[in-house]
Design a protein around this ligand. Sequence first.
Ligand SMILES: Nc1ncnc2c1ncn2[C@@H]1O[C@H](COP(=O)(O)OP(=O)(O)OP(=O)(O)O)[C@@H](O)[C@H]1O
Length: 325
Amino acid sequence: MPVIEVTDLRKSYGGRPVVDGVSFAVEEGEIFGVLGPNGAGKTTTVECVEGLRVPDSGRVRVTGLDPVADHEQVARVLGAQLQLSELQAKLTVREALELYAAFYPRPADWRPLAERLGLAPHLDSRFGKLSGGQKQRLSIALALIGDPRIVVLDELTTGLDPRARRDTWELIEDIRANGVTVLLVTHFMEEAQRLCDRIAVIDKGRVAALDTPAGLIRRSAGATVISFTPSAPLDDRDLNGLPALVSIEHRDGRVTLSGTDETVNAVITLLARTHVTAHQLRVTDATLDDAFLDLTEENGGAGPTGATERANTTDRPDTTEEVPA
Ligand SMILES: Nc1ncnc2c1ncn2[C@@H]1O[C@H](COP(=O)(O)OP(=O)(O)OP(=O)(O)O)[C@@H](O)[C@H]1O
């Protein structure tokens, strides 16, 4: 049975719909991602799940409870990440943990929690003196202190350096390994791809797609990208005739094609037939970035032109770029 159910959720501000019929269900034990461009309605959606906003219409249930009508009971099963600005700079880590534990009838023991989150050496440090990563870990600890079944993490790793971000990912996996369901709002494709079992891509207040990361990538128009530098020019007619081809790009003597495995096999056959050698041949899968751009309208939507530009980006090293607004 799903632990979170959102059905046809709608919310407008000043007559402008920002959540426009969103539906999804999160199963127990999942890391479920909510991904989308700026202003897509992600935070509004999860705040309705947390009971912090009242929907205009639609139905939200958290373990069968209504987050608005049954707010207190929902607060016991659902841990929300604290806005870090709400913590006083002079409060120590220990004081913050003790204070927040006191809000719950059956809190988790904060000591092992602090240990697990690497906060044990910093118990006497004041909040204002913590690094960005330590602050984030404290905010996760405070979200978990009520011993919730579900935790909502919104833009958890924004502003963290790559190492702190990776450490935080391990923590999130660790939280799930302890049986907690995670609802994760993120901008970072790599984060969503690495962590989430399923992702709802939200665009302009609607669910543009809901699938596993691999499923979203498969939907992307050019799911496989092959690039090489040919030893002699290839005939454009041959390239354009390749099966399942989505895009072709020529740059600095290098050819980059996106399509499917069928395209890749046909290119290899073409190279053999024309006795052309492919130098620095690379075959890569499209990334969630590519799928995201295909699925969200503001970035140009699906189509060969968009895919052509992106074909190049798959060769990039392991980056954690934010989605352009
Ligand atoms: N209280 C409010 N009053 C009026 N407009 C609001 C309010 N809260 C949010 N909005 C607007 O609703 C839209 C959706 O906001 P929301 O924060 O849900 O999006 P988001 O997908 O989380 O965006 P981001 O990734 O930028 O945080 C935005 O245009 C935002 O400016």
